[in-house]
Design a protein around this ligand. Sequence first.
Ligand SMILES: NC(=O)c1ccc[n+]([C@@H]2O[C@H](COP(=O)([O-])OP(=O)(O)OC[C@H]3O[C@@H](n4cnc5c(N)ncnc54)[C@H](O)[C@@H]3O)[C@@H](O)[C@H]2O)c1
Ligand SMILES: O=P(O)(O)OC[C@H](O)CO
Length: 347
Amino acid sequence: MPDATNATAGQPDAPVRAVVLGSGAWGTTFAMVLADAGCDVTIWGRSQQVCDQIEREHRNSRNLPGIRLPEAIRATTDAAEALAGADLVVVAIPSQSARETLTALRDDVPDGAVVVSLMKGVELDTDRRMSEVVSEALGIDESRVVVVSGPNLAREIAERQPTATVVAGTDPGATALVARACSTPYFRPYTNADVVGVELCGAVKNVIAVAVGIAQGCGYGLNTTATVITRGLVEITRLGLALGANVETFPGLAGMGDLMATCASPLSRNHTLGKHIGAGLTLDEAIAATGGTAEGVKSSRSVLELAHAHGVEMPITAAVAAVLHEGMPVEEMAMSLLARPKRAEGL
Ligand SMILES: NC(=O)c1ccc[n+]([C@@H]2O[C@H](COP(=O)([O-])OP(=O)(O)OC[C@H]3O[C@@H](n4cnc5c(N)ncnc54)[C@H](O)[C@@H]3O)[C@@H](O)[C@H]2O)c1
Ligand SMILES: O=P(O)(O)OC[C@H](O)CO
């Protein structure tokens, strides 16, 4: 396995000590990636039952049925115990729970630890990106927060299928540490200094995946899917550029790559939820039928607020928010998008 020693901390032989906050599908899978890369990994979870099963049976049947986890991964519900001496603190809980959860753990996160956000959402009410929420909740500089985002459906990675990701941070040392800590023969990180762009890609693609799901649930075919994905990427790019992102991020893994994976895969919770809505379920019914966290439900609202605040037009996001939260019938969604004033293609 590749080397994941903590050379930047001046301990060339010590493995990186990583703590993953959250024992859901992605937290558990990322813990497996870190362990396969040579890190010393502990998962902190809320469920005693899930933690016990990870420790004793090396499985998490609630979130990753049928997957055998590395035996070295430990799991506990005791946050202080988990976080003591951590070099990396990886946050893998739903975006809207991040501030409250991290504020409560603030005193347990060691000084100097690099904090990694795996979350793909924008906070309701504040419209903050997750790295901003992490930094505010823990009282740390944003340079200590690194983001990992890409075409990373948990189940496929838990099966060790090959994929790549983007590790984004403003501090080159912290970014390199995280990239080294999660590099395995099946998981290839690319670094990027554009935290804003990478985070917006991850959050908004969930909303676009809901839109694609709705279209497919309504019975529309691949022309509609391709139209929503392509114009969805335009929306993401427009918002990103207004917020200072780098244009090169959007056709990359965190942008087009993740959009393609999420909009195409039946494993995606956002896509699945959209399909249920398109097929006629209510939002509550669709959430229950989907299971897991479909971040696009809440982020459709916060992304739209962010867009309004910056004068950015995001018609697909607006239509998703209208269907999910304002009672717009799904049948009206396509019409509301296609009837807009005609314009030239492009941003
Ligand atoms: N599943 C994926 O394929 C995937 C891939 C990339 C990124 N993500 C992102 O990672 C984040 C987590 O996703 P997931 O798939 O692990 O979700 P999940 O629904 O499978 O698990 C979420 C976990 O967080 C826990 N949790 C919920 N509220 C909590 C709180 N207040 N405090 C502590 N723990 C809490 C739950 O108990 C659960 O263990 C999301 O932002 C998601 O968009 C997921
Ligand atoms: O299951 P989803 O819709 O949350 O998507 C999972 C990942 O974000 C795909 O990269």
